[in-house]
Design a protein around this ligand. Sequence first.
Ligand SMILES: NC(=O)c1ccc[n+]([C@@H]2O[C@H](COP(=O)([O-])OP(=O)(O)OC[C@H]3O[C@@H](n4cnc5c(N)ncnc54)[C@H](O)[C@@H]3O)[C@@H](O)[C@H]2O)c1
Length: 266
Amino acid sequence: MSDTKRFAGKTALVTGAAGNIGLAVARRLAKEGSHVVLLDLDQAKLDDVAKGFAEHGVKVKTVVCDVTNYASVEEAVEYAEKTVGPIDFLFNNAGYQGAFAPVQDYPVEDFQRVVNIDLVGAFHVLRAVSRRMVERRSGSIVNTASMAGLQGPPNMAAYGSSKFGVVGLTQVASKDLAPHNIRVNGIAPALMGPGFMWDRQTELQAATNTQYFSTDPEKVKVEMVAGVPMRRLGDIEEIPGTVAFLLSEDSSYITGVTLPISGGIL
Ligand SMILES: NC(=O)c1ccc[n+]([C@@H]2O[C@H](COP(=O)([O-])OP(=O)(O)OC[C@H]3O[C@@H](n4cnc5c(N)ncnc54)[C@H](O)[C@@H]3O)[C@@H](O)[C@H]2O)c1
């Protein structure tokens, strides 16, 4: 990447910032000069990841917040703006994958939990931040969807539906906020690995014992990668550049788009 500081003096709020993708993106934004507010569920994890920002010379604040609770989101956004500055960029990324099971067996409580975190939570953060951006007539937002929100994989009723919802929310919000000079885009990553998420996903798909995948997780990995035109997994570090592009003025005439980061689409 270049050493440009596209975001010097700006402020970004990143949700799910103690997780893999949130942290990688927050680091990239800080590297490009943005102050960052890292939001997640767990203070100890946030403290741990915040240590990695010292070299960038930007302000870093952490805030514990459960995105499913609107009052908690409002408080966190208020805290971010008071302690760091008006939020210019939102990376709306907190998420949870949930169970793997065919729809007829999908656990009811887990469905509600996934929708609450991935869709309702994303709405909460989008609402609380965009109201403030509207007052300032400025801002750029990226929501994290998934290829599961564009294609609907088997055994992922809650996650797939929620992420389809995030794609829809991105389109609607882009229209609602365009008159206020605010852009809203999304990313749809898929098949990132290796690592815990990749292992978990392939193990759980194998355990569903459905016609789509083998019951051996190692074979599931091969089957999944065979569906990727580029025939390889994506690396988490292949995500931040796309998010930074969508947040930046380099994409100043792009809004309402959810960009697959998936090695192509078969
Ligand atoms: N890793 C992948 O392969 C992949 C693919 C497509 C989409 N995604 C999406 O990317 C986003 C980030 O995923 P990741 O891979 O970094 O996973 P991750 O589990 O490492 O990070 C997710 C983070 O969200 C946080 N979170 C969960 N529920 C929350 C809540 N209620 N309030 C606040 N924070 C909460 C978690 O604590 C965690 O730190 C998620 O939305 C996920 O659905 C990931």
